[in-house]
Design a protein around this ligand. Sequence first.
Ligand SMILES: C[S@@+](CC[C@H](N)C(=O)[O-])C[C@H]1O[C@@H](n2cnc3c(N)ncnc32)[C@H](O)[C@@H]1O
Length: 177
Amino acid sequence: MMGFHRFLGVLSVLVSPAAAQGPAPVLINAPYVTSPDRVVSAMLQLAGVTKSDTLYDLGCGDGRIVVAAAKLGAHGVGIDINPERIREARANVRKAGVEALARFEAGDLFDANISAATVITLYLLPDLNLRLRPKLMKELKPGTRVVSHAFDMGDWIAEKKRIVQGSPIYLWTISPK
Ligand SMILES: C[S@@+](CC[C@H](N)C(=O)[O-])C[C@H]1O[C@@H](n2cnc3c(N)ncnc32)[C@H](O)[C@@H]1O
């Protein structure tokens, strides 16, 4: 049977501009699937998140990664294209009592100002990661860590890779300009 991440990868090919042979869509949405708690913990651990960090989760879903980072004392920002997800994320951050450390923005991650981040977390799709790469390289400060659940960054070789509950998690660090 086709594994879930492979299914997402196939889906991304189906929605990619090259596969469609048409003009690039304004937005390519990754489907809403949550990272399991153990994967979230492993992502934060791989990035070495501490209270001095500002973590941006691009495509934040219900805000669980931002909430987990805020519980470690880090500042967190979640961005999601779906306003319903942002409503859930705001409710979850209130429920966890960490609203002073977290904020959420409804919008396209490609339009977001991410320059304040010291850590970026992603659980998107292969095509989205590749399209995002130039923005990460251009806008992030050297030393910013990027962690991706499930999908890599093409030929940008990860410094570290862990497998948690059958899912790969990758870490990169933005190099000096
Ligand atoms: C696989 S879910 C990941 C949710 C969360 N980060 C996690 O790991 O549990 C991907 C999320 O990205 C959002 N998304 C997809 N395309 C987006 C875009 N262009 N801009 C912002 N959010 C987007 C979806 O709405 C969805 O909530």
